[in-house]
Design a protein around this ligand. Structure first.
Ligand SMILES: [Zn+2]
Ligand SMILES: [Zn+2]
Length: 98
């Protein structure tokens, strides 16, 4: 049994677009694979961490009212804003890549 589907122009275009557009597993942005370059993906190579401040004074001083775990920052660059732009760029990586 052969199953034939009639695909309209619009459907075909949509599928072609889906082929080119992928989701980056690192920054979770959708991107066009044809314009992926080593500066396309901005990300932090390390995690946003929360850690006791004992010996981490290089990041920032805790105020007297801050809880001891108030030190939150990216382990790679020390950025304290979770939305801070990435400190490193590279190619986007799709979920299909290894
Ligand atoms: Zn960083
Ligand atoms: Zn990316």
């Amino acid at each position: 049994m052969e199953e034939k589907k009639i695909i309209g122009d619009e459907e075909e275009k949509r599928m072609a677009g889906m082929e080119r557009e992928k989701i980056c597993r690192r920054c979770k942005c959708s991107y066009d694979v044809t314009s992926n370059s080593p500066s396309s993906c901005r990300f932090h190579p390390s995690f946003f961490v929360s850690r006791r401040h004992d010996d981490q004074k290089r990041y920032y001083e805790l105020g007297p009212d801050d809880p001891p775990y108030a030190a939150k920052f990216y382990d790679c660059c020390g950025a304290e804003d979770p939305d801070a732009p990435g400190c490193t760029t590279d190619l986007h990586i799709s979920y299909d890549d290894n």
